[in-house]
Design a protein around this ligand. Sequence first.
Ligand code: HEC
Length: 168
Amino acid sequence: MRSTSTLRPTNPTKHRAITLAMIGFATFTTLALAHEGATGVVKERMELMKRQQSDMKLIGDMAKGKTPFDAAKAALAASDVATTAKKIQDLFPQGSDGHPSDALPAIWKEWDRFTGNAKELETSADALGAVLAQGANDGWKPAFQKLTDSCKACHENYRAKDNGHEHH
Ligand code: HEC
């Protein structure tokens, strides 16, 4: 093995720049992880939940009047929540709790209730979508509130309350 022949001493400035770039990349990828160390299905479900969180923020900002109400955009976000809600149950295989996950063991003890919560999320996201399809009307905010409650209902029972994280 004479691999050293390919490792010519590089220009030190260039080398330093590459090292800095690599550190920058490492920092970026670490921040991009939902939770440091999360991999596989745990990482996948954290990313799914983050995506739902940003859907909810988009609609929530409209509800608060922070951004102008746009029924079509809100409906798209609601439909994304409904679509992703369908995937929740497959992302919680038995035994996938424990660090760095916040998933509680109760999920597998009360599997039917847990999947029922996921179904309820889907139903309330669809209901919001249906109201939004009718354009601007008084019904959309209560429907959005109901959707928010569906997130909370599941988190209350099945997600550990860790420190330093905003819980919705
Ligand atoms: C069926 C149960 C259930 C429903 C419904 C649900 N979640 Fe979650 N959520 C969880 C569980 C369990 C975790 C913890 C996952 C883990 O750490 O492995 C979690 C974690 C999260 C996280 C943290 C992700 C991370 O980076 O660690 C966010 C954000 C989140 N949920 C947002 C939402 C939003 C927004 C909704 C509603 C649109 C929602 N969730 C609906 C069960 C649910």
